[in-house]
Design a protein around this ligand. Structure first.
Ligand SMILES: Cc1cc2nc3c(=O)[nH]c(=O)nc-3n(C[C@H](O)[C@H](O)[C@H](O)COP(=O)(O)OP(=O)(O)OC[C@H]3O[C@@H](n4cnc5c(N)ncnc54)[C@H](O)[C@@H]3O)c2cc1C
Length: 384
C-alpha cells in the first residue's frame, strides 16, 4: 500500500469517528480527524460549568449496554462508576411518580393501594380498553394500561417531542416500553450494565484519540474533495448534506437547552424529571445527582430543561431522525445510501451518516465491526 493509502480522513470526533480513528491507528494507519465543532466528543461532549457542575452540553448521556465487548473496549480508555439511572414524572398536582410505570406509579396515579404484582396486573387489565388488534400507538397503550396513564405519561410527551398524536404513530413504536408490575424504579433494564465515566465523556474521548498516529483538527468542516489526499474517508457528516440535498432533506428533531442555577438541591433520588403539562418543556436534568457530576462544591447547582424543536430552528443541530408511519424519510435515506455505493473512497458512519437513532453502545459496536471488516478486507488483499 502506498503512503497516501495509509492516510485516512475521519470526519467527526463523536463516538463513530473516534472508534474508527483509534482502531485504524492501532492497525498501522495514520489518521486525520476533523470536526466542525470546537470540541471532541460529538453529542456526548461534557464540560464543568461555572457552578462546578459537569453538564452534558447536548443532553444527558447515560451509558447502558448488554454488550461486553463494548464495555471492555471502553474501559481501556477511562474509569467508570456504576450508576442506576432513575426518572420520575411530575404530575399535575406537583407530586412525582416513577417512569417506567411500576406499582408505585399505578398507586399514585389511580389512588389505589395495590400490594402485589398480581394485583397490579389485574388492576391494569380492569382499566385497559378492550382492543383486540391495536391499529396505532394510542390503541396499543390504551389496551395495556388504560386511558389515564396513557394520556398523562405518553400523550403530551409525544406531542412535544414529535409533534405527533399517538394515533398517528405505529403501535410498534411503543410496544417495547417496559411496564414494571413490581417496584423496580430504574429507567433501564437491570440486566444491562449501566455506568458513567468517572472523569466525564470528554476526558474519555481525549484518551481514545490520544495516539501518535492520530491528529485532530477542531473547528474544521468537511469540504468536497478533501478526501483526495487520503486513502479513504470515514464520515459521520449528515449524508443528505454531503449530496447537497439532491433527493431532499432528511429531517431531525432537535432540542434547545435551558439552564438554570439553584442554590438549593433537594435530596431527590432521581436525576431526570419528565413533565406531563402542555408547556414546551419535556424534561429537566439535575446533574449533581449523577455520580462525579458535582465536581466542585460552590453551593450552586445547574438544572437543564429541554425544549424539542425542528433542527432548522436550532442551528441545524441534528438529534433524532424523524420516523413516520409511512416511512417516507427512511425511503429518502435509501436513495442517498444507493448514491453512496458509487463512492469507492468514502464510507458514511454513525448517527447522521446512516440516519438512525443509535445509543452510544450501538454506535461503538457498529463502528468496531465496520472498521474491523474494512481493515480485514484490505489485509486480505495483501494491501495493508
Ligand atoms: C439529546 C440526546 C440524548 C442522548 N442520550 C443518550 C443516552 O442517554 N445514552 C446513549 O447511549 N446515547 C444517547 N444519545 C445518543 C448519542 O448521542 C449517540 O449515540 C452518539 O452521539 C452518536 O455518535 P456519532 O459519532 O454517530 O454522532 P455525533 O456524536 O453527533 O458526532 C458526529 C460529529 O460529526 C461532526 N460533523 C458533522 N458534520 C461534519 C462536517 N461536515 N464536517 C466536520 N465535522 C462534522 C459533528 O460536529 C459531530 O461532532 C443521545 C443523543 C441525543 C441527541
Amino acid at each position: 500500500m502506498t503512503p497516501t493509502n495509509r492516510r485516512i480522513l475521519v470526519v467527526g470526533a463523536g463516538f463513530a469517528g473516534a472508534v474508527h480513528a483509534r482502531t485504524l491507528a492501532e492497525n498501522g494507519y495514520r489518521v486525520h480527524v476533523i470536526d466542525r465543532r470546537p470540541h471532541i466528543g460529538g453529542n456526548a461532549y461534557d464540560r464543568v460549568d461555572e457552578n462546578g457542575i459537569r453538564v452534558h452540553v447536548y443532553g444527558p448521556h447515560l451509558f447502558h449496554t448488554k454488550n461486553e465487548a463494548v464495555i471492555a473496549w471502553l474501559k481501556r480508555f477511562g474509569r467508570f462508576t456504576p450508576y442506576q439511572h432513575k426518572v420520575r414524572v411530575r404530575l399535575p398536582d406537583g407530586a412525582t411518580a416513577p417512569l417506567p410505570i411500576n406499582r408505585t406509579t399505578v398507586n399514585i396515579v389511580h389512588g389505589t393501594d395495590l400490594q402485589t404484582e398480581a394485583e397490579v396486573k389485574a388492576f391494569l387489565a380492569s382499566v385497559a380498553v378492550p382492543i383486540a388488534h391495536p391499529a396505532n400507538a394510542a390503541e396499543y397503550l390504551y389496551s395495556r394500561i388504560g386511558t389515564a396513564l396513557t394520556d398523562l405519561f405518553f400523550r403530551p410527551y409525544t406531542r412535544k417531542m414529535w409533534l405527533m398524536e399517538l394515533e398517528d404513530m405505529a403501535a410498534s413504536v411503543v410496544q417495547r416500553i417496559p411496564i414494571n408490575y413490581d417496584d423496580t424504579d430504574t429507567y433501564f433494564e437491570r440486566t444491562q450494565t449501566q455506568m458513567m465515566p468517572v472523569d466525564g465523556y470528554t476526558a474519555l474521548f481525549d484518551q481514545i484519540l490520544s495516539h501518535e498516529a492520530i491528529t485532530v483538527d477542531l473547528g474544521v468542516g468537511y469540504e468536497k474533495g478533501m478526501e483526495r489526499d487520503y486513502g479513504h474517508c470515514f464520515t459521520s457528516m449528515p449524508i443528505d448534506e454531503y449530496f447537497d440535498y439532491v433527493d431532499g432533506e432528511l429531517p431531525y428533531r432537535s432540542i434547545r437547552f435551558h439552564h438554570r442555577t439553584a442554590t438549593e438541591a433537594p435530596e431527590q433520588g432521581w436525576s431526570v424529571t419528565n413533565f406531563t403539562d402542555d408547556g414546551p418543556l419535556t424534561r429537566e436534568t439535575a446533574w449533581h445527582i449523577i455520580p462525579h457530576h458535582l465536581v466542585e462544591r460552590t453551593g450552586r447547582y445547574t438544572y437543564t430543561a429541554e425544549e424539542p424543536c425542528d433542527y432548522k430552528d436550532n442551528g441545524f443541530e441534528r438529534y433524532y431522525p424523524v420516523k413516520t408511519a409511512d416511512g417516507r424519510f427512511q425511503a429518502r435515506y435509501d436513495l442517498y445510501k444507493e448514491r453512496a455505493k458509487d463512492l469507492a473512497t468514502i464510507s458514511f458512519i454513525g448517527r447522521c451518516g446512516t440516519y438512525q437513532y443509535l445509543d452510544m453502545d450501538q454506535v461503538i459496536n457498529q463502528s468496531l465491526a465496520h472498521v474491523g471488516k474494512w481493515i480485514a478486507e484490505r489485509s486480505g488483499q495483501g494491501a495493508a
